[in-house]
Design a binder for this molecule. Structure first.
Ligand code: CP
Length: 332
């Protein structure tokens, strides 16, 4: 095997629970490493940075992209990713996060967790595991952030517009979806990461769909510190006006995650919050459409938009592979 470029050690052993936990320099390293790994993958060149290592993937919720990008990514890095459905483990009988963290640390080299469905639970659980684990804890989506998704989103945006994003605008909007109350972590992850990398952010949602107060405060603070804008509006049209990137997706009501039927009834008032070709025309001509997926086609977005020339959802989903490999290779 050809000699691999040596990776810096600056985040070796470090948890990746929220993008806020990593400095801008550390995020830049993750993005640059992801681009390098993407090139190696496309050229079919081996890049086994993690031979004989094991990552435990602990899922409290369903997944297509996250599970498969981590499993395929670990294989490509020469490691093994071990899938665990939380309900099949002793966690379902109440085993503590401390015991789980200590024990899995003694068997392998990273503990990745998805625990995203209930506000107030997932992030705290991950931090409780991380307190006593001595391997990196990686957040595959919690109630607060989805840091692998937003890293892939930033990579996709930079591939489109370059590294200097100053003056570009991203519209993060709520959209109607009947399938289920989607977590709040993607919009929260976007508003707390993108202002740091030069993007102006406009957030749009109906009155019931406010994001967590802590994340709104952080977004305001980080935008101010970085000389970027963070604005909130109450309709999708205003958000899309002159946007360079539109990211309309559904999320649930913070106080109603335990009451999905009531939440679904409220959401029906806002069926017109759909991303269609008419709304896309409000954005810049060169604007791109993004969505973390899965999307409720015909509700959150029309087929014409998601399958149209402005859509970047598939490169965005592909970048989940390169970014999760980057973080695993740098931290494990
Ligand atoms: N975007 C995302 O996290 O997809 P999955 O839920 O399929 O993992």
């Amino acid at each position: 095997m050809p000699t691999l470029k040596k990776l810096p050690n600056i985040v070796r052993g470090k948890d990746y629970i929220e993008t806020k936990d990593w400095t801008t320099k550390e995020i830049e390293l993750a993005l640059n490493t992801a681009s390098d790994l993407k090139k190696l993958f496309k050229k079919g060149k081996p890049h086994r940075y993690l031979p004989d290592k094991t990552a435990f993937l602990f899922f409290f919720d369903k997944s297509t992209r996250t599970r498969n990008s981590f499993e395929a990514g670990a294989t490509q890095l020469g490691a093994h990713a071990h899938f665990i459905a939380a309900e099949t483990s002793q966690v379902a009988h109440g085993e503590s996060p401390r015991d789980m963290g200590i024990i899995l640390s003694s068997y392998g080299h990273a503990i990745a967790i998805r625990h995203d469905l209930v506000p107030g639970e997932g992030n705290s659980y991950m931090r409780a595991v991380a307190k006593d684990a001595n391997v990196p804890v990686l957040n595959m989506q919690c109630d607060i952030d989805h840091p692998f998704q937003t890293l892939a989103d930033l990579m996709t945006i930079r591939e489109e517009f370059g590294k200097n994003l100053r003056g570009k605008k991203i519209a993060v909007s709520w959209a109607y979806a009947p399938s289920y109350a989607k977590p709040m972590s993607v919009p929260q992850g976007l508003i707390t990461l993108m202002p740091r990398f030069g993007l102006d952010v406009v957030l749009a949602h109906p009155p019931e769909y406010t994001l967590m107060k802590s994340e709104m405060e952080y977004a305001k603070k980080i935008a101010k510190e970085n000389g970027t804008k963070f604005e909130v509006v109450d309709n999708m049209n205003d958000a899309f006006k002159d946007a360079d990137i539109v990211y309309p997706k559904s999320w649930g009501i913070e106080s109603l995650f335990h009451n999905p039927n009531q939440a679904l009834e409220i959401s029906k008032k806002y069926k017109h919050w759909i991303c269609d070709e008419k709304k896309m025309k409000l954005a810049h001509k060169e604007a791109i459409y993004m969505h973390c997926l899965p999307a409720d086609r015909g509700y959150e977005v029309t087929d014409a938009v998601i399958d149209g020339p402005q859509s970047r959802v598939f490169p965005e989903a592909e970048n989940r592979l390169h970014t999760c490999k980057s973080v695993m290779a740098l931290t494990m």
